[in-house]
Design a binder for this molecule. Sequence first.
Ligand code: AMP
Length: 325
Amino acid sequence: MMRIVLLGAPGSGKGTQAQRLQAKYGVPQVSSGDLLRDAVARGTELGLKAKAVMEAGQLVSDDIVLGLIRDRLSRPDAANGFILDGFPRNIDQANSLNALLQDIGQPLDAVLLLDVRNATLMERLAGRRICPKCGTVYNVHSMPPGATGCSKDGAELYQRLDDKEEVIGKRLEVYERQTRPLVEHYSTLGLLRTVEGEGELEDVFQRLESAALTRGAAAGQVKVRKQKSAPKTAPAVTKAAVKRTPTATKPATAPAPSTRKKAGKKKAGKKKLGSVSRAKAKSKTTTKKSQRAPAKKKAKVAKKKAVRKVVKKASGSRRKAARKK
Ligand code: AMP
């Protein structure tokens, strides 16, 4: 049983990873984008309504998408779970989903956020090519130079209309404005698990899988990040670009939790050390001062004594002199 939502910006790899989870666990991937594209391809009334909106990179109306999702989840293969990919995309959809899942008695186990830097998203989306026959997804950046066909069936690959550069920006903007608030929403509900979505496909899958299977832990606390040694596929991006442009919440260059923890500890240690040495230094100063204080006092007392002695002596000799007179 696996009832999860895959959350993430366009290009974060939700579809690819959902297919892998589906293949391994036998729970269906329910992609709102695929359902809509299918409706467009079949030329249904709903598809005709959705087509222009999709090509503009905007969100199709909630009613249309919710209808498609409701139908899909009522199919027998979804009785033992589902992997929602691309739905919900805004707070209203999340609330509708919640009501729908309550109705069918299938509450969510977790919401997995695939965290990917904006620069990587751009590269992935602009370079994405798809096989019209088998649906295999390629990226021009990782294909052999000059290749334009599917390596499995030779079909000529195509580019999704909404993967054209002019639409990508719009989609990322829409994600930021409408979908991003779901991170907070599901985090508050204790369902969110953040998974670092960059690196080798297999590594991302393993992180996602372990996040999906984590039971018992407070879901909101789970953050699955890649190990420090994991290979990087993404181009070097400055931290400023990462600046959580919209999509990502943590840079992929961030060290793995243990490392970060260590780094944090080290830092904290340093800080501690700093304060300790400052305290020591302070105490040293205090000790010196306290040591100096009694010495001064002693000297003062001794001086007073000496004065008193001199005065006594003087008055003694004055008395003596008076007696002689
Ligand atoms: P995707 O394949 O998930 O990137 O979706 C492609 C397009 O389908 C999006 O840019 C939207 O136009 C539309 N779409 C997919 N899912 C939704 C959704 N949950 N709500 C509204 N529109 C959606």
